[in-house]
Design a binder for this molecule. Structure first.
Ligand SMILES: Cc1ncc(CO)c(N)n1
Length: 231
């Protein structure tokens, strides 16, 4: 019998928050192209600050990886984030008329601040498996909601490209590879090391859900919990 992979076990332990995040009102509205503009603006401004620290965490993973082959894969992924994904943000900010100060240094939502702190903790663990625990959540959870999209893409590129950036063959490969790295490195850890990874993973999933919830609370929209299941 083959053992359940480490990444699968971690996701199963976080199933409630995971499932709530990938079926959240925000991703359902994104698929339908109906995210209220104030919510989309707020999301992108806050997420750009998430991405800043995410890039730093990828740098920490590059520094702690155990092979040049892994560093190459991580660097290729990093290159996509700072090119195609960054130009998406810049074009979306232009389209939405986001002023320079909000692009560079907005007031951070508490959830985003907490997420930045968690990424800092994972980076400072100086452990490749620790960094992977948070990277895998961010990328696998986004692939999971994006690949649930069915039918034509919404007409506005601000909605459509945020889906296609997280559901394409390159991204799917990256997620599969990142999970494989977490499975491989996690299997070599002792119980305490695995528990540290599980804690990072579980808190990251809770923050992914919390960030989506907070968008509607901050923008004054009702129904911020995103638990309504009808599309
Ligand atoms: C909060 C969050 N999680 C994951 C991703 C995917 O990189 C993102 N852009 N933002």
């Amino acid at each position: 019998m083959t053992e359940t992979p480490f990444s699968t076990r971690l996701r199963q332990a976080s199933a409630a928050d995971w499932d709530a995040a990938i079926s959240h009102r925000f991703v359902r509205e994104l698929s339908a192209g109906t995210v209220p503009q104030a919510v989309m603006r707020h999301y992108l401004v806050q997420d750009y600050q998430f991405i800043d620290r995410f890039v730093a965490l990828l740098g920490a993973a590059i520094a702690t990886a155990d092979s040049y082959a892994a560093r190459l894969r991580l660097a290729q992924f990093l290159a996509m984030i700072v090119s195609d994904e960054n130009t998406y943000f810049v074009r979306a900010f232009d389209a939405l008329g986001i002023p320079a100060a909000e692009r560079a240094a907005p007031v951070l939502d508490p959830t985003v601040r907490a997420f930045q702190a968690l990424m800092g903790e994972a980076a400072e663990s100086r452990s490749y498996a620790g960094a992977l625990s948070v990277l895998v959540v961010a990328e696998w959870l986004y692939l999971s909601w994006a690949e649930r999209h069915q039918g034509p893409l919404p007409p506005d590129f601000v909605h459509a490209e945020w889906i296609t950036l997280h559901d394409n063959p390159f991204f799917r490969d990256v997620v599969g590879w990142l999970r494989g790295e977490l499975d491989r490195t996690g299997a070599t850890l002792n119980a305490a090391g695995q528990a540290r990874c599980e804690s990072l993973f579980q808190r990251a999933v809770a923050l992914e859900r919390g960030f989506f919830d907070s968008l509607y609370a901050v923008a004054g929209e009702p129904g911020g919990t995103g638990t309504v299941s009808a599309v």
